[in-house]
Design a protein around this ligand. Structure first.
Ligand code: ZN
Length: 99
C-alpha cells in the first residue's frame, strides 16, 4: 500500500480538466489509469495493480473469486503438494473453508 493507491478517487476527472492517476469507475467496477497524452487528450487503461507499489487494487474481490474457482479436491491437492509448513497450513485453512 502506498500513498498513490490509498486515496483513489471514486470518479474520473471531469472532461476538459486534464488529470492523471488512478480512478475508480463505480459503474464498471474497474480501476482506470489515466494518462494525458497530449493537451486535453487522455488515454485510459484498465489497471488491476497499482503502478507504484504493485498492490492488487481489487484485492478482496479477486481473492474471493479465485478461491471460488477451486474445488475442495484441488485445494487438497495443493495442500499435499505444498512444501513449507506455512503453505500447508494456508491450504488447510482454505480446505476447511470449503467444507
Ligand atoms: Zn500503491
Amino acid at each position: 500500500m502506498c500513498e498513490y493507491c490509498e486515496n483513489i478517487p471514486n470518479n474520473e476527472s471531469k472532461i476538459g480538466e486534464p488529470e492523471e492517476g488512478i480512478f475508480y469507475n463505480e459503474k464498471e467496477k474497474k480501476h482506470y489509469f489515466i494518462v494525458e497524452q497530449a493537451r486535453y487528450e487522455r488515454t485510459r487503461v484498465e489497471v488491476k495493480n497499482c503502478p507504484m507499489c504493485g498492490k492488487l487494487l481489487d484485492k478482496e474481490y479477486d481473492l474471493y473469486e479465485e478461491f471460488l474457482k477451486f474445488s475442495y479436491e484441488e485445494l487438497k491437492d495443493l495442500y499435499l503438494k505444498s512444501k513449507s509448513k506455512e503453505e500447508k497450513s494456508f491450504y488447510m485453512a482454505l480446505c476447511n473453508l470449503k467444507l
